[in-house]
Design a binder for this molecule. Structure first.
Ligand SMILES: [Zn+2]
Length: 231
């Protein structure tokens, strides 16, 4: 009989997990989304598309309530119904919604959405291998150590992705003539929403780093790109 080592088992497990989660994500999104047709928003996404030398940027509406934007591993961009409703109510402007689309485009362009899924299954595999090894010496505690190490790693990885996607969005919005201001004002709006109603924090903020730090990073980019008037 073949004797699998824990490491090999963990690798096989990671591969299976990756395949399965990619398939499940695509299936869930397919069954609950439609292409968005919004003339005002399209004018903005067309400007971004022109900056990227693309014919157009296709946006899909994902029929769930939480306020969120998503980039699927296959490169499709989704805005949730809940987020779109905020725009329809006038709580969020078209430019602000365009900044979310630009951010998600950043995740796609920089390969984050695909890698994140690989990271996710890779982290599970690493966790399993660590548990198998550590439990021999530290029964019970091994699980805790393995969980702590992998969640730390995941937080560090996603944090840098978010700053990169923000910077990509800032560059694209600047090139398209929309500017960085809507990106910053949206962060403040979502932050207010988080504070005013407890338990109703927008999902898009929860999965991202601190708003104040993101705004500071954007303002640093903005001041570097905006030439100071010469006297
Ligand atoms: Zn993000």
């Amino acid at each position: 009989m073949l004797k699998f080592s824990p490491i090999l088992l963990a690798i096989l497990y990671a591969l299976a997990m990756y395949r399965f989660s990619a398939w499940r994500t695509a299936r869930e999104l397919d069954s609950r989304s439609t292409e968005l047709a919004d003339a005002k928003l399209k004018r903005l996404t067309d400007r971004m598309a022109a900056s990227l030398n693309l014919d157009r940027i296709r946006i899909n509406i994902y029929e769930i309530d939480p306020v969120n934007g998503l980039a699927a591993p296959d490169g499709r961009i989704f805005i949730t119904r809940g987020f779109y409703r905020k725009y329809q109510n006038g709580e969020v402007s078209a430019e602000e919604l365009a900044s979310v689309i630009a951010h998600e485009l950043g995740h796609v362009a920089l390969g984050h959405s695909k890698r994140r899924m690989i990271d996710f299954s890779g982290q599970n595999a690493l966790r399993m291998a660590m548990i198998m090894l550590l439990n021999r010496f530290l029964p019970g505690v091994g699980v805790l150590i393995a969980n702590a190490v992998t969640s730390l790693l995941a937080a560090k990885l996603s944090r840098s992705d978010e700053y990169e996607a923000d910077a990509y969005a800032a560059a694209l919005l600047t090139k398209a003539g929309i500017g960085v201001a809507p990106q910053i004002s949206l962060f403040h709006k979502l932050e207010e929403l988080t504070q005013s109603r407890s338990g109703a924090a927008p999902a898009w903020l929860l999965s991202h780093p601190k708003t104040t730090e993101r705004v500071a990073a954007l303002e640093a980019l903005q001041s570097r790109w905006t030439p100071t008037p010469q006297e």
